[in-house]
Design a protein around this ligand. Structure first.
Ligand code: CO
Length: 219
């Protein structure tokens, strides 16, 4: 089952051949540029590949992945991907995609130190604290973990909506929607959590920015 490093190149050549058989211009067309409609913010987990589970091709989804699909406001990597995809690529949908059985979420639910990652997963512990009442009522550890996966996705959608990047797009009347999805490793299905947002209506007032002032040109 486990492939060798060398096999990756053998498979790559086969893949190039099969693409060229379908469309001799496949790579030439793709090399000219990209215009994806979607930004996917998913978990780094090797079992949740964005293109494969959505039946999309190269060029269709801009992808950012980190452990437990987090939107952390001090993460320059995430913010750069978000800004570039919203303002330059002009994607129409941003989706946070969690998955049941997420090791990061499970680690955050527990009290054991794992290593450096504890500091990253600490953000999920805030989600646990926010929803403590509901989570405490769930006794089954798998169901509790599954619910936290969903709640964590929902919080990351809120985190997206709190960024000036997303709010400025909405203020500029851009048709940008942000969504929360969960992938089920056990059956391969993507579930829409129906927590989509297209404006700041659901946000606490303190998170809503006034539109940026028009530049006066004065130094
Ligand atoms: Co995960």
């Amino acid at each position: 089952m486990a492939k060798s490093f060398k096999e990756l190149f053998i498979n790559n050549e086969k893949w190039v051949q099969s693409k060229l058989e379908q469309d001799p211009q496949y790579f030439e067309k793709l090399s000219k540029g990209q215009k994806p409609n979607f930004l996917w913010i998913g978990c780094s987990d090797s079992r949740v590949p964005a293109n494969e589970v959505t039946g999309t091709e190269s060029g269709e989804i801009f992808v950012h992945r980190n452990i437990a699909n987090m939107v952390v406001h001090t993460d320059m990597n995430l913010l750069s991907v978000l800004d570039y995809s919203v303002n330059v690529l002009q994607v129409k949908h941003v989706m946070v995609v969690g998955h049941y059985g997420c090791g990061g979420v499970n680690a955050a639910l527990g009290n054991q130190q794992v290593g450096l990652i504890d500091n990253w997963l600490r953000n999920i512990k805030d989600v646990v604290r926010l929803h403590k009442e509901e989570l405490d009522r769930i006794e089954d550890p798998v169901l509790k973990s599954n619910r936290l996966v969903e709640l964590n996705v929902e919080e990351q959608v809120f985190n997206l909506s709190k960024t000036s990047i997303v709010q400025n797009a909405w203020a500029g009347n851009r048709k940008l929607r942000i969504h929360g999805l969960v992938y089920d490793l056990k059956n391969g299905l993507l579930k829409n959590l129906n927590v989509s947002m297209g404006d700041v209506a659901a946000l606490d007032e303190v998170y809503v920015f006034s539109p940026p002032p028009a530049s006066s040109g004065a130094a």
